[in-house]
Design a protein around this ligand. Structure first.
Ligand SMILES: NC(=O)c1ccc[n+]([C@@H]2O[C@H](COP(=O)([O-])OP(=O)(O)OC[C@H]3O[C@@H](n4cnc5c(N)ncnc54)[C@H](OP(=O)(O)O)[C@@H]3O)[C@@H](O)[C@H]2O)c1
Length: 332
């Protein structure tokens, strides 16, 4: 009997991390429900999934609308069968100081980036909990732990995603559920976000360096979907941020106040015709990468080590035992 190929749903699959993740799952022959609003981007992702050996179902859906997400989940199960993995990745943001952001803009960014994750979680768990199997992957950020300037809607939403997910994890544990939930804490990535995110800044936006390629995040999502990891931290900047926040948040406030404006802007002027994807999608295929290929790292040694932590601990253990034995021998 051939093994059944995995059924995966990815929100935010028309660009950036979600698109790279779709390609990663497709390499295993996965059947993937692709959720975003932009049909052109989704269709391009579907072609990439099929070229990589998977199957795709294009689902033009707004994740801020619960009924649409619920209907998309049903369409995936009608087409492919029971969902094994659900990845909540979709986001929008507004780059600006807080007082320059209109209430309607703040509300929209929160509804997509936070409630979109909540709705995705609800429709996935409604199916997985009953079956007592499945894997839910929440795409989060170093900014789930630490707020930075010029991104208050995003940082607020990402903190909320973390708190919400911790609540869900405790409920699943209470019921001894076998459903897995993982959070992926990501660093700055070279994604489409910086080509279509709404901005009121004077120059083009960029991720805070050091920057990684979206394929690094895609691998972490794929890894988390198949391993029992509550959290996966990707990149030294993520780890440094989280430790900095725990040890000296007041120092980080001052450091970010000083550096956080410059580090999020390039020297390039804004595209005068620049449209953004806050309320409606950009109907273009922009791929997964942003404009920072020259700066972005294709690998994170810290994440590669974290993936192999069993081997690393075993190696460290063996080294300690070996060194102790040598010390005892020489003492004798
Ligand atoms: N890039 C970074 O530096 C970075 C760093 C840390 C964490 N992350 C995390 O990575 C994830 C993806 O970010 P990204 O940088 O890849 O962003 P991105 O390039 O802007 O991609 C966002 C995706 O979400 C979709 N989307 C936006 N609004 C939607 C809506 N209302 N309904 C459905 N889909 C919607 C977009 O497609 P449509 O516009 O076609 O709908 C697109 O496919 C986010 O959760 C983010 O927090 C990113």
């Amino acid at each position: 009997m051939p093994q059944r190929s995995e059924v995966v749903v990815i929100t935010g699959a028309s660009g950036g991390v979600g698109r790279a993740a779709a390609r990663r799952f497709a390499r295993d022959g996965a059947r993937i429900g692709l959720i975003a609003r932009g049909r052109r981007g989704l269709e391009a992702t579907a072609r990439e999934v099929e070229a990589a050996g998977g199957q795709a179902l294009v689902l033009p859906v707004d994740v801020a609308e619960y009924d649409q997400v619920q209907a998309a989940a049903s369409s995936v199960e009608d087409a492919f069968g029971e969902i094994d993995v659900w990845v909540n990745d979709a986001m929008v943001t507004v780059y600006a100081e807080f007082l320059d952001i209109e209430p309607a803009e703040f509300k929209r960014a929160t509804e997509v980036s936070y409630l979109g994750m909540v709705w995705g979680t609800r429709v996935a768990l409604q199916r997985m909990v009953e079956r007592d199997r499945g894997s839910l992957v929440q795409v989060c950020s170093a900014m789930s732990y630490r707020g930075i300037p010029l991104q208050s809607p995003y940082c607020g939403a990402k903190h909320a995603c973390k708190g919400f997910t911790e609540s869900i994890i405790t409920e699943l544990l209470h019921h001894k559920s076998k459903v897995q939930v993982s959070m992926i804490q990501l660093p700055g990535l070279n994604t489409t976000q910086f080509t279509w995110g709404r901005t009121k800044l004077p120059k083009q936006t960029m991720p805070v360096p050091p920057i990684y390629q979206p394929e690094v995040a895609a691998d972490a999502i794929h890894y988390a979907a198949h391993h029992k990891r509550r959290q996966v931290y990707v990149g030294i900047p993520t780890v440094a941020n989280i430790i900095g926040e725990r040890v000296a948040p007041w120092l980080l406030d001052r450091y970010l106040a000083k550096t956080g404006y410059k580090s999020q802007m390039t020297s390039h002027d804004l595209d005068p015709a620049g449209h953004d994807n806050l309320f409606t999608p950009i109907e273009e295929d922009r791929g997964a990468h942003g404009p920072f290929d020259d700066l972005a790292h294709g690998i994170s040694p810290q994440y590669e080590l974290a993936k192999r932590r069993g081997m690393v601990f075993a190696g460290l253990g063996a080294a300690i035992v070996g060194a102790s034995a040598a010390a005892i021998r020489s003492a004798r």
